[in-house]
Design a protein around this ligand. Structure first.
Ligand SMILES: CC(C)(COP(=O)(O)OP(=O)(O)OC[C@H]1O[C@@H](n2cnc3c(N)ncnc32)[C@H](O)[C@@H]1OP(=O)(O)O)[C@@H](O)C(=O)NCCC(=O)NCCS
Length: 170
């Protein structure tokens, strides 16, 4: 079963997503806290956060979440100068912040299902997302397979993480 949570509804599912996030990223407590803070901040800032969650036997096995790509966002501040100037990226664009599937269910189409759920929700919009360029061939393949194209080959987020930014017009 897939469920979509919007705005303040997200706070209802946040706690049950923590073990999924932790397992998928093998995340430290600090990284998990950052994730929670980011989600809560998105709710408070009213940037239309959306979380798509996949459940199996009543438990979440994966999720994807993101927000409107607006000028105040950290991601926008990091990449806006690098984006081509032929359009206003802040008009009708959605940014994906994280996608994660529990390790034991990875490679079974769950990630693809989540992205398709998100894309149905974002119909007629542009989606931007990024992923690390280092040791990340599998995730890069995942986005290519789903029709995402690189729009910025290499940019350093926060001055350190070297990422590729992908775009899809859905
Ligand atoms: C990235 C992630 C969300 C993908 O979810 P998933 O359920 O494993 O992916 P899917 O099974 O839907 O795979 C869809 C496509 O991705 C690619 N893919 C997935 N696993 C792959 C692998 N082991 N090797 C190569 N390509 C792979 C394939 O192209 C696959 O298409 P196919 O079914 O035709 O082979 C998941 O692996 C994950 O949670 N990883 C850890 C967290 C993470 O890195 N998130 C992304 C941060 S940007």
């Amino acid at each position: 079963m897939m469920k979509i949570y919007r705005s303040t509804e997200i706070l209802e599912c946040l706690e049950e997503l923590i073990p999924v996030y932790q397992a998928a990223f093998n995340a430290s407590g600090e990284k998990v806290d950052r994730f929670k803070a980011q989600v809560k901040s998105a709710v408070q800032r009213c940037v239309n956060p959306v979380v798509v969650v996949l459940y199996e036997d009543g438990s979440p096995v994966g999720a994807v979440w993101g927000i409107d790509f607006v000028p105040g966002n950290w991601f926008s501040q990091q990449i806006s100068d690098e984006l081509p100037t032929w359009r206003n990226w802040h008009d009708g664009t959605f940014e994906v912040n994280d996608i994660f599937v529990v390790p034991e269910r990875q490679g079974n189409g769950k990630g693809q299902e989540l992205m398709m759920g998100l894309e149905s929700y974002c119909a007629d919009r542009t989606i931007l997302l990024c992923t690390s360029r280092n040791n990340n061939g599998r995730v890069l393949d995942f986005y290519h397979q789903l029709g995402y194209e690189p729009i910025i080959d290499s940019v350093r987020l926060g001055g350190f993480d070297d990422v590729t930014v992908f775009v899809k017009y859905v």
